[in-house]
Design a protein around this ligand. Structure first.
Ligand code: TYC
Length: 117
């Protein structure tokens, strides 16, 4: 069958809603990204772990200076627990394991846990 095409005169309406301007719309798709969940690392009080050991833990594993570490240790001592950092799941897990290992090596009952923020 023969092909027929029809050319419009300039200014004619081609029916595409842009009045013959032949504009186009660029549609951007937004890739669905989700931020990974964060986890609080908690230090728990007990009656036996020496205060200076807790201070040393906070300096060694959480990068606190002595004054910060002492303050957080006292918060745990008075309130029963404190958040000592917020991390990705993997980092939080590592911090908890490091603290628990270090406490066990020194035979202190210090407990460290993590929970989803
Ligand atoms: N309560 C302990 C004491 O009086 C000190 C302590 C502080 C222990 C913080 C654990 O996470 C802790 N020796």
């Amino acid at each position: 069958m023969a092909q027929h095409s029809v050319w419009m005169m300039s200014g004619e309406d081609d029916g595409d809603a842009d009045g013959g301007a032949d504009t186009s719309v660029v549609v951007k798709t937004r890739p669905k990204t989700k931020r990974p969940p964060l986890y609080k690392v908690l230090l728990l009080n007990d009656d036996y772990t020496p205060m200076e050991f807790v201070v040393a833990v906070l300096e060694r594993f959480f990068g606190m200076n002595h004054a910060q570490a002492f303050e957080i240790m006292l918060t745990v001592h008075k309130k029963g627990l404190a958040v000592v950092g917020v991390f990705s799941h993997e980092i939080a897990e590592t911090k908890v394991a490091q603290v628990m290992d270090f406490a066990r090596q020194h035979q202190h009952p210090l407990q460290c846990t993590m929970e989803k923020e």
